[in-house]
Write a new protein. Sequence first.
Length: 157
Amino acid sequence: MTKYIFALSLAALALTACGPNYVIKESRDIAETGWAYKDTLDFAFEIADTTQLYDLEIVVEHATDYPYQNMYTLISTRFPSGQRLQKQLSLELADKAGVWAGDCSSKNCAITIPIQQGAYFNEAGPYLITLEQFMRVDPLPGLSRVTLQITPVGKHR
């Protein structure tokens, strides 16, 4: 019996250790009233290895009655040196026919959107990525959560 319990414990440990090793995987809930311009989403993380390559992804969770096929955002990065970069980014949630991308149930969808693959960070230290909604509607209805995930790809530059 002891061997059986040990084997089950070892199997459970092996299964939990198989997932991605995220630098960051953090979610920000969006208010039921919608994502307002003033409600920026901040994600802070540290980079130690500047030779490592990373995949950056945003997961958007929204209602199936979200009124648009995409969502315009401003994404800003603050580097350890204090330098800031900002760019506009369109997150495509549906195809041109209006069919939702990602995994959907009868009322909600979740889509993982690659932002940059094989990216690297030139500076070691603390980073801050900020997302702002940049649509013509304030607040933007139909969103429930936004997640930023950065994963090492196991390759170096």
